[in-house]
Design a protein around this ligand. Structure first.
Ligand code: PMP
Length: 354
């Protein structure tokens, strides 16, 4: 840290992303990416012609992709906001609705970036503990006096709230924006997009990084009331109007055109998830019922941190968090059936070696 850094950032604890190691090839089950390649249509869209156009700025409004998403989700273009990954949108939401002492609320065990953004924007934030079983008690998020952030399904637990619980929270906070972060919704949870028409304070955030195999392209989107979307555009135009590059816009549009391919990948991932849960349970693990493309598991036979290190040594990367409440767990992304069979075999080996 230099002596020039503004004092208010000097104590900021930055977000620590999952490892992206370049030293050797791992079976990578640590950052919830899709194990499947983008569709042929998506790959074809990133072609020489499009690459030649890189000399020109992209459309700052991403009109083609915005319209495709609006049609796909049954809303209008004015209800759709695009950004450089959904992290970009969460940042704008904290900036717009929670900065400079304004209040925000999120769970103790949830996406780690919420507290980073809250600190970055100097939000007066309150952490609401999850229940003993890691579920969210919707009542505790009702009628609060600030903006609410809920990951649904939650990360890293994978547990999902019902749409009626989400609606209860949105309805009970009419004076504050409620952000439902649906990064993992396509793996079996219920989306709140259908509530956007009914509630002007609801902002639903999604991403192309997980179910749509585009983590490396950085593309997120939000759906909400026209005025909220307008707030986000204002902040985007005040920071970086060209925040989504031309190749990503083209890839995103082709992705929506080949949605069937992505839907079938999600189906395979959900089936693989059921297989992995069953296999881990046979080995004595406790596995939360996940609606995401990962599972969250612990064992009384091996410490979470130890399993993470030992399996890394055997070429499989999973995610371990040191937070007290979840330090015995690991979050394991669902890869291909072949990758997950190797994962299970390595877990068996480690338990036997112990
Ligand atoms: N929300 C949640 C709950 C996540 O786990 C992630 C992925 N780390 C994101 C948002 C951000 O995803 P992206 O910026 O790749 O869209």
């Amino acid at each position: 840290m230099s002596k020039y850094l503004d004092e208010r950032y000097s104590s900021l604890a930055a977000y620590v992303p999952g490892e992206q190691p370049q030293d050797k090839k791992y079976i990578k089950l640590n950052t919830n990416e899709s194990p499947y390649s983008p569709s042929k249509a998506t790959l074809d869209a990133v072609n020489v012609g499009e690459t030649e156009l890189l000399r020109l700025y992209p459309d700052p409004d991403g009109k083609i992709l915005t319209k495709k998403l609006a049609d796909y989700y049954g809303v209008e273009s004015k209800n759709v906001f695009l950004a450089n990954g959904s992290d970009d949108i969460l940042n704008f939401a904290f900036m717009a609705y929670c900065a400079n002492g304004r209040k925000s609320y999120f769970a103790d065990i949830t996406y780690g970036f919420y507290s980073v953004f809250a600190n970055l924007h100097n939000s007066d934030y309150t952490v609401i503990p999850l229940e003993e079983d890691f579920s969210i008690d919707a009542e505790k998020f009702c009628g609060v006096d600030g903006c609410v952030f809920i990951a649904n399904p939650n990360a890293p637990t994978g547990l999902a709230l019902s749409l009626s619980d989400v609606e209860k929270i949105v309805k009970s906070n009419p004076h504050n924006v409620v952000v439902i972060d649906e990064a993992y919704v396509d793996f079996g949870a219920e989306s709140a997009v259908k509530l956007v028409d009914k509630y002007e304070n609801l902002l639903v955030v999604q991403t192309f990084s997980k179910s749509r195999s585009m983590a490396g392209a950085r593309l997120g989107f939000a759906i909400g009331n026209e005025e909220i979307i307008g707030d986000l555009h204002k902040l985007r135009y005040s920071t970086n109007p060209y925040n989504i590059n031309r190749l990503t816009l083209a890839a995103g549009a082709a992705t929506i055109d080949s949605q069937d391919y992505y839907d079938s990948n999600c189906k395979i991932i959900m089936e693989t998830r059921a297989f992995v849960k069953e296999e881990l349970e046979k080995l004595g693990f406790f596995v939360l019922p996940s609606k995401a493309n990962f599972i969250f598991a612990s064992s009384e036979d091996i410490d979470g941190g130890e399993l993470y290190l030992k399996i890394k040594d055997k070429g499989v990367l999973i995610r371990h968090f040191t937070t007290e409440r979840i330090k015995n767990f690991n979050r394991i992304t669902i890869g291909t059936p072949e990758e997950m069979q190797i994962f299970i075999d390595k877990v068996k080996e480690i338990l036997e070696e112990n």
